[in-house]
Design a protein around this ligand. Sequence first.
Ligand code: ZN
Ligand code: ZN
Length: 336
Amino acid sequence: MLSVICDSPGVLRAHQSDVPERKTGEVLLRVSRVGICGTDLHIFTGTQPYLQYPRVMGHELSGVVVEADGDSGLAPGDGVYVMPYLSCGTCVACRRGKTNCCVNIKVLGVHRDGAMTEYLSVPAQFVHKAEGVSLDQAAMLEFLAIGAHAVRRANVQAGQRVLVVGAGPIGMAAMIFAKLRGGNVVCLDTRADRLAFCTAQLNVTAAVPVGPDDTAQLASLTNGEFFDVVFDATGNIDAMNRGFGFVAHGGTYTLISIVPGQVTFSDPEFHKRETTLLASRNATAADFETVLEAMRAGQIPDQALNTHRMRLADVPEDFPRLLEPGQTVVKALIEC
Ligand SMILES: [Zn+2]
Ligand SMILES: [Zn+2]
């Protein structure tokens, strides 16, 4: 079978090997689609701090069951998605149902080899039937679930003013689910193409470009009160620090981004607002269900979000092009 291996930063190589042998408790999948994520771009560029090379990337995937245990509830031919955060089930977080922040988490395509391959064998508890959605859609559940999880963490309510800073795929996912809960959503980003996408496809109330008068624009959109809920999805420490200032008195700030560094803020500003500060990491099975329901109901513009496609064999050549300036990629899918 064909796999694409990231040997070291900047180096992708096609590799032929045997189909993996399925162990008891695992499901052998024929991989169908793999979504390319910011994480993969970081692995490729060498800016993913916890990664050992060589690595097969890919954690956003759909597939078809080839072989499974009789009692797994899965049968050959089933279309499935995989929750790529392999959690231990016994640590303090898992015992409380927070498998998304498992102490011993192993993420496919990060801590162990992932989905840029033709066949993959994974523990059955992380494989779920993708009922009522296409294999394209099923490969887009993961990044959407991260947005759905953040919106659930922040407990967005109808009528709340919501600001999403960072209009990449994860920020867009937060916008989609904040809007589905009735939030009044504004986004802030540096890129004009992303802001235009959010206005045209996600129907946000306003899309504000980062610039000298952005704070004044955000103030005027909210009568000077700013936002009940602010999400950061930038991956930029300066933006993360700045976001504290966009939270209304009594509001909530949720950091979806992770950066290696220190988040800092003024305590008097933080305190006078009684800011609620949250981190949001990965997603749980419930968040994937939320996304599936929205997708089946036609509430996700998944075809617009899927801007690029490539074949697995073409990944070594086509993947680096996603990083070229002027590219307007939202979500690229690999066909395996
Ligand atoms: Zn991802
Ligand atoms: Zn655990």
